[in-house]
Design a binder for this molecule. Structure first.
Ligand code: SF4
Ligand code: SF4
Length: 117
C-alpha cells in the first residue's frame, strides 16, 4: 500500500514569472549554459554573431523552469531572466538592442507545405 497521500486539489498549471532573454552578440559559444541547463532548453544557432560565434537560442523554451542557472553560469552576461511585462513592452515597442532575442515572444510562421517554384 502506498504511503503517499494524493493531493486534495489538482495541481495548478505552472506559469513562468520571468522570460529568458539572450544577448546573442555577447555570446561566445562557450556552451556552459547549454551543457548545464537542467531542462535542456538551450542549443546553438546556425548563424554567426559579429564575433564569429554561433550564439545560443532556446530550442525548447516551454521546458524552462526559470531556475536562473544559465544567468549565473554565463561568463559573458549574455543570457538572463527578465520581468515578463517589462520585456513584453520593450519587445512590442521594438526597443531591444540588436541581437537580443526573447524566444518566448518570437512566433514562428507556420511552415508552408507547398514550396513555391
Ligand atoms: S532558467 Fe534554468 S531552465 Fe531556463 S534556460 Fe536557464 S538554466 Fe535552463
Ligand atoms: S554561457 Fe553565455 S557565452 Fe556561454 S554559450 Fe551560454 S550564453 Fe553563450
Amino acid at each position: 500500500m502506498s504511503t503517499v497521500r494524493k493531493p486534495i486539489t489538482s495541481k495548478p498549471p505552472r506559469t513562468r514569472e520571468k522570460v529568458l532573454v539572450i544577448l546573442q552578440e555577447q555570446c561566445k559559444e562557450c556552451g556552459l549554459c547549454v551543457e548545464f541547463c537542467p531542462k535542456k532548453v538551450l542549443c546553438f544557432t546556425d548563424i554567426y554573431n559579429r564575433k564569429g560565434y554561433h550564439p545560443v537560442t532556446a530550442c525548447d523554451i516551454d521546458a524552462c523552469v526559470n531556475c536562473e542557472f544559465c544567468e549565473r553560469i554565463c561568463p559573458d552576461m549574455a543570457i538572463f531572466l527578465a520581468n515578463r511585462e517589462e520585456a513584453q513592452q520593450a519587445f512590442k515597442a521594438g526597443n531591444l538592442e540588436e541581437g537580443t532575442t526573447i524566444p518566448e515572444f518570437e512566433i514562428k510562421p507556420p511552415e508552408s507545405k507547398e514550396k513555391s517554384k
